[in-house]
Design a protein around this ligand. Structure first.
Ligand SMILES: C[S@@+](CC[C@H](N)C(=O)[O-])C[C@H]1O[C@@H](n2cnc3c(N)ncnc32)[C@H](O)[C@@H]1O
Length: 489
């Protein structure tokens, strides 16, 4: 979209109390790999400069839309529109159906009408993601169930609000479109302290929930910058979060993001949200928000793009991770130790889960062995006496790596790697040929994961060749597994 076509939107924004420093920032179209449409510095911008500010009333959420009060707050809640994203999706459909009479019509005009996210991929393209956890996280069926079971009854109950002649605005396709707009552009805007206790939609002028988070903080030095806590996904619908915190934030959602490149962030105040530079930005540089330095699998699922940066062993996303389901670790352990009965394992697995143990382990590019994975393997290997002690104390074994554990971890990694249908070398070859954008994205996602698994296997084999764990005096780095910290650098 060209800069010219943004003019009506910018005019609407300013007319409605939005402020933007157009001397410092402009919008342009970068190459697709740099985000497409995004913001650029028109001069050197110092740190802590307010680039633009958005009145809370201009955000679009179930608190600010005119739909919930028209439907009636009791009905809204009884029909569960206050849970998950269905309510906001319905508000967005309603506002969009209202055309020029909606307060956000100029905003809708600049929102994307199609997405490259896997939610819209064909089965052939989705097959390219085999082995990654992207497909099982799409939540397409759950979304369609919400549409049929939650939204359609509301629409059908009020033909005065949702007239038959406008019914095309409330289609399943539009439901997915609005859901994807929320997934890729919303922010988590919590109520200001003075608004706490005002739980009814539209009672206050403010904000929304889980997208790129807007932390309640007022100074760059404080904890509370407007975070980039990205959208809670469809499957989060039943959790405890306040769905009315999820808000579309015009202008703030015009910034792209790239791993480690953030130079601006959204902060909130009682009446407005402010996009503030977090570093000096030079003339001509792109102004980047952060989406949380997510792995490529998540970037693709939520935003439809991947990050490709130079790495020591190629190009990829330093924030990539590999998820390993606990059942792979259980199978690998029982295969190695045939003496473990399935009853014996099941009792320990049940206990592990009851105690809050993980059922998925995350490998990061720092190649630290996940402590919970080691702990679970050791739990399964405990003799009866030590298992009784662990139960009594309510503590799983310490994540200490020995030779048996290393052998099992090796098998786990090997099994996980075999979940992909291609090798890294085959992926590299395909990437250098002519392929579709979706295939390219999928291949980059799985290559990043395979690289971590391969590097991890090399590390484990090195530890095995050094005899780590065979003798108590020898300790390897990673002898005690690394912590499951989520920080990536
Ligand atoms: C919050 S919007 C950012 C503004 C958006 N480019 C626009 O035209 O309005 C997020 C979308 O921008 C694009 N995007 C952001 N960062 C990107 C990047 N580093 N590479 C490619 N696309 C990116 C993706 O399409 C993503 O879904």
């Amino acid at each position: 979209m060209s800069e010219v076509s943004l003019k009506p939107f910018i005019t609407w924004f300013q007319k409605n109390g939005g402020k933007i420093d157009l001397d410092s920032l402009g919008f342009t179209t970068f190459p697709v790999c740099d985000g497409g449409r995004g913001a650029v510095a028109l001069k050197d911008i110092p740190e802590e400069h307010v680039l633009f500010s958005i009145p809370r009333s201009l955000t679009l959420s179930t608190r600010t839309s005119s739909l919930p009060p028209r439907l009636g707050i009791d009905v809204w809640k009884r029909m569960k529109m206050d849970q998950g994203w269905t309510g906001l999706i319905l508000c967005m459909m309603w506002e969009s159906a209202n055309g020029n009479s909606s307060s956000w019509s100029e905003y809708f005009n600049i929102l994307p009408a199609r997405f490259d996210t896997p939610m819209f991929w064909s089965d052939v393209d989705l097959a390219e993601l085999h082995g990654t956890s992207v497909v099982e996280k799409l939540g397409r069926e759950e979304a369609e169930q919400s549409y049929t079971e939650k939204m359609l009854p509301v629409i059908q109950s009020r033909p005065d609000l949702f007239p038959p002649e406008k019914i095309e605005h409330y289609s399943l396709a539009n439901y997915h479109l609005m859901g994807s707009r929320i997934l890729s552009r919303s922010f988590n805007v919590e109520k200001w302290e003075s608004e706490e206790g005002q739980s009814q939609p539209n009672e206050s002028i403010d904000t929304r929930e889980d997208g790129m988070d807007v932390d309640s903080s007022h100074s760059l030095e404080g904890d509370g910058n407007v975070d980039d806590a990205h959208h809670s996904e469809v499957e989060d619908e039943d959790d405890e979060e306040d769905a009315s915190d999820t808000a579309m934030v015009p202008m703030a959602d015009m910034l792209n993001a790239r791993y480690g490149s953030e130079n601006a962030k959204l902060f909130d105040d009682e009446h407005e949200l402010r996009m503030i530079s977090t570093k000096p930005i030079k003339l001509g540089e792109q102004i980047w928000n952060t989406y949380g330095d997510l792995p490529n699998a998540e970037l693709l699922r939520r935003y439809g793009h991947v990050d490709l940066l130079p790495l020591v062993d190629g190009a990829g996303n330093p924030g990539d991770v590999v998820e390993i389901r606990a059942d792979i670790a259980v199978s690998a352990t029982t295969q190695r130790c045939q003496s473990l009965s399935s009853d014996h394992s099941q009792e320990r697995i049940d206990w592990w889960l009851e105690e809050g143990g993980d059922d998925v382990f995350v490998l990061e590019s720092d190649l630290e062995l996940p402590e919970p994975l080691i702990s679970l393997i050791r739990l399964l290997l405990l003799n009866q006496e030590d298992w009784d002690v662990a139960k009594t104390k309510g503590k799983p074994p310490k994540p200490k790596v020995d030779a048996d554990v290393l052998n099992i971890v090796h098998d786990v990694l090997d099994t996980r790697l075999k979940a992909y249908r291609t090798t890294l070398e085959e992926d590299e070859a395909r990437l250098s040929g002519q392929i579709t954008l979706n295939a390219r994205h999928a291949i980059i996602v799985r290559m990043g994961e395979k690289r971590i698994l391969n590097n991890m296997l090399v590390k484990v084999r090195l530890l095995q060749s050094k005899g780590v764990g065979k003798d108590n005096k020898r300790k390897a780095s990673g002898n005690s597994a690394g912590s499951q910290k989520r920080s990536r650098n």
